[in-house]
Ligand binder design. Sequence first.
Ligand code: ADP
Ligand code: MG
Length: 723
Amino acid sequence: MSGSSSRRQAIKAVMSYEKEPAGFTEPMGDTFGRNVFGLSEMRKRLPKHVFKAVAATIDSGASMDPQIADYVAVAMKDWAVEKGATHYAHVFYPLTGFTAEKHDSFLEPENDGSSLAEFAGKTLLQGEPDASSFPNGGLRVTFEARGYTGWDVTSPAYILENPNGNTLCIPTIFISWTGEALDKKTPLLRSQQAMSKQAMRLLELFGHDDVDTVVSYAGAEQEYFLVDEHFYYARPDLMTCNRTLFGAPPSKGQEFDDHYFGAIPDRVLAFMIELDRELFKLGIPSKTRHNEVAPGQFEIAPVFERSVLAHDHQQLMMTTMKKVAEKYGMKCLLHEKPFAGVNGSGKHVNFSLGNANQGNLLNPGDTPHKNMQFLTFCGAIIRSVHKYGGLLRAAVASASNDHRLGANEAPPAIISIFLGDQLMDVFDQIAKGGATDSKSAGVIELGVDTLPPLKADPGDRNRTSPFAFTGNRFEYRAPGSNQSISDPMVAINTILADSLDFISTELEGLLAEGATLAEAVQKVLQGIVTTHGNVIFNGDGYSDAWQEEAASRGLKNLRTTVDAVVEYTSPEVVEVFERYGVLSARELKAREDVIFEYYALTLLVEAKETVEVATTMLLPAAIRFQGELAATAASLKAAGVHTKTPLLTEVSEKIIELDDAIKALTAAIDKMHGKNEYEESRYALEKLIPKMTAVREKADALEPIVADDLWPLPTYIEMLNIL
Ligand code: ADP
Ligand code: MG
C-alpha cells in the first residue's frame, strides 16, 4: 500500500467516524470525588484522634506520626477493596516530568496455599520500586540503584478504574537511599514549607498571630490539540516526536480568529463531557472548557487548589485527557508546538498565597491596612521575579517549549512582570514617596491611605507578559502545555521564601528602630521598587522594541533551553535553594543534567525521524511525481508536441536540494558525540536544529507542487480541521 493511499484511507475513515456517545444519566454532582479517599471518607472510617491528626497534617502542615499510618492503611485498603481494587500502586513523579506507578497485588500467598489481603502501615508509608532506569542525573550509581517512594499524606489516594479491575493509587515522593530527591514532588513539598514559614513571619508583623500555615495555590490552564487517530497513525513524526516535523503552512490557518471560543464540535464536546466526568470522579475540579485560538486547539482549566495537590491533579489530568481522547478515536497532543506556524500550547499557571484565616493574600484589600499587606506581598513577588528571572526561565525550559518561548511566538523568553495601570500607579507613588524622604509625607504617599479600592479584576489583561497580575493572582504564562507545574511552583515558592524573609527582616529592623508599620513598609517597598522596578513592564512583550529595552534594563533574554538551564546551578540560585532546604547543589546539578540529557535526546530523535520520514516517504513521493512528469514529457515529445517542462525542472531541482539537506543532517547526526550532556545539547542546538529546519524547508517546498494524490502525509489543513 502506498503512503498516499494510506493518507486517503485515513481521511475516509475520519469522515465516516461514528461513535455512540456514552449518554451519562448520573448527575454530575454525585460523581465528584467518588474515587477519592479524601477527608470525608477518612472522617467516616478513621478513629477520631487519627482523623484529627491526618487532617492537621493536610490542612496546616503539622508533622505526621508514622503510627497513624497503620490505621489509615487498614481503612484505605477496605475502602479500595469495596471499590473493586485488587492492586495498589505507589504513584510518583520522576524527573521525566511524567507519572510513574508500580502496581502490587493486595494478595500475598500464605504457606497453606490460601491468600490474604495484605496492606499494612509500612506498605503505605514506603515502597521500593526498582527504579534504576529513572533519570537521576548521577545521584544514584547503578550498584546502589535503590530508590524509595514515601507516602504523601497531603495528596489523597484514589482509585484508577479499568474495565478489568481497579487499582488503589497512592501519591508518593521518590527519593534515593541517601534521601536525595529523585522526583518533582519532594522539592515542591519542601518549597511550600519554606515559603509558608517566611510568609507567616510577615503576617505576624501585620498583627496576625493566629496563622499556622500559608499555602501557595495554583490553577493551571491547560491548552491542547486533538487530532483524529487515523491522521496520527499516518504521521510517523507525530507518533515518534509528538509534533509534526513536516507540513507546509495551510492557506487558511488561524488568520480569521474564527475558532477561539467558537462552537465546540460535537465529538470534541462529547470527549470534554466524559473527561470532566472522569476528572470529577478523581476529585479534580475541572471548571472551564473552550476552543482555543488555533483550529483543533482547546483548553481546560480546573479550579485552583493547594499547589501540591494541583500538581498531582495536573499530572493525573494529562493522563486522563489522553485516555479519554482515545475512547473517541482522537489523540490528545500536549506538545507545546505540534504544528509549526500554528499557535502553540501553554499551561498558564495562576498562583496566589493564602490560607483559611486570611483568605487570598494577593487580593487587594478595601482598607488601607489590608492594602498595605497586599502591596507587601506584591513587593515580594516583584523582587523575586527580578532577582531570579533566570531561574523562572530555566524552570520552563525544554526542547519543546523553546518553540514557544522567544522563538516563534510569545510569551517572550524575557521574564518581566505586568502589574496593570492601577497597581503600577500605586507602586509609582511608593517610589516617589521615598524621594521626599519625609516621614509624614512618607505615610501619605505610601499610597495606601489614599488608595482607591482596587478592582479585583482589572479589565486590561496583558496577554503578552510572561508574568502578569490578573486582579487577585499572578499568572505565569511561560510554562509549556506538556510540563509538570512542579518546577514553576518550586521556583516561585523558593524565591518568595527569599523575598518574604528579606522583607520581614527589613521590617523587623525598622520597627525596632521605632518606625511605624506604615513607615517601615513604605521604606522597604520603596527600596524594592527602586532596585527591582526594572522588571515591571506593562507594554507589548511581543514587540522587537521590548527586546532592546529589556537588554538596556539588564533583563536576561535566555532564548534557548541550553542558555537557560545553567541558571539552575548559578551561585545565587544554589545559595537560595540550599538556604531554604529545597534542593542541594548536588540535587540541582542532577536536575540540570537530566534536562540537558532529555534535550539532547529529544533533538536527536527528532533529527533521526526527520531523516527517516524525508527519505522513506517524502523523497519517494517527489520522485514518483518526477517520474510521472518525465513520462508525460517523453510521450509528448514522442507525439511531436514540443513544450517546455518547467514543473519537471522545478521538482527535479527541489528533489536534489532535499536530498542534499538530508545528507547534511545525516552527517551531523553521525558526529553527535559530546563529552557530556551540556555539550551534546549545545551541539544539538547549533548543529542539528538548523539542518533539521533545512530538510523541513526543502520538503515543505515540495508539498504544494507534488500531486496531492501522491503526497503521503496528512496535511495541516486535514489534521487541524477534520474532527
Ligand atoms: P483566563 O481568563 O485567564 O483564561 P481561566 O478561567 O481560564 O482564566 O483560568 C483561570 C485559572 O486561574 C483557573 O484555574 C482558576 O481556578 C485560577 N485561579 C483563579 N483564582 C485564583 C487564585 N486566587 N489563585 C490561584 N489560581 C486562581
Ligand atoms: Mg483561559
